[in-house]
Design a protein around this ligand. Sequence first.
Ligand SMILES: C=C(O[C@@H]1C=C(C(=O)O)C=C[C@H]1O)C(=O)O
Length: 301
Amino acid sequence: MTAAAQLAALRGLITGIDDGLIILMGVRCRVVAAVAALKQREGWAVRDPLRERRVLRRALRLGKACGVPALQAGRHSRMLMRAACRQQRRTQAACAVSPNRIEKARDTMISRLPFRSLATDLLGLLPPPKRLAPVLAAIPSHWRAQWLERAVGQIVGGGDDEWAFLQGRRIGIEITDLNLRWVIAYGECQARVVDAPADASVHATAVDLLLLASRLEDADTLFFQRRLRLTGDIELGLTLRNRLDSLPWESIPLAIRILLNRGARAARRARDSHHKLRHLRLCVATEIAAKSIRQRRADEP
Ligand SMILES: C=C(O[C@@H]1C=C(C(=O)O)C=C[C@H]1O)C(=O)O
């Protein structure tokens, strides 16, 4: 790998980490909004010096353990707390301006306080798979190919007669939202990732492929909903699908089954929350636009 490619790969990682930090700041803001609503209802003060000292001490301790200089960890923690106090004061000020509307919003917020639903909503704040593409691209392609070859090897096993239809054929897999594609050639009881055109290919998003692999969604449903596409030699693709369908789920190691199942459920919840949040943002934007139009009309002589 050239120095320029190494720099690009490392920068890809930094971008992913920076995204993660901003996402976590957004999550903190949402939790602070819930704290603000609670304090407002109970008439408690915005600032709590004892809690602030504890938060700071914890940040310094964690920073020390992770190699973050005390000055940097302290500054970061104080900056977050200052922002949280400002945010809470803004909420209080807004309540003073329009108590009825804010009261409603506050009650909605408090009614959403049970943290089970908050945890699900927070999944929606995770970046969608396509935003992870640059991070994945930073993983050397031969490692990815090795993992895939090993995974396919586990499924096909010793390559008994039931897999004979794959001999000398090439199957393509494309994860559309991650911009990843491989062609796997099967021969002499071995799967290899090759640089050649595929005889048949499957195309789907990362979440749908995960749902399919964990059997939380079946191939027919995904085909009919056009979430799974088959191109090239359709007969080969369908034979492969039927063969995979008939594999006993119990033949997959328990740890992998659990991992697949948990991962697919979390990914599906994240995607649903994502759609919900996007819809919510759209509603809020529409409401703001409508309000500003009404205001402008009212201001016109
Ligand atoms: C968020 C709160 O309000 C303030 C902000 C804090 C923070 O950002 O961690 C801590 C204490 C309070 O001064 C809280 O009381 O928990």
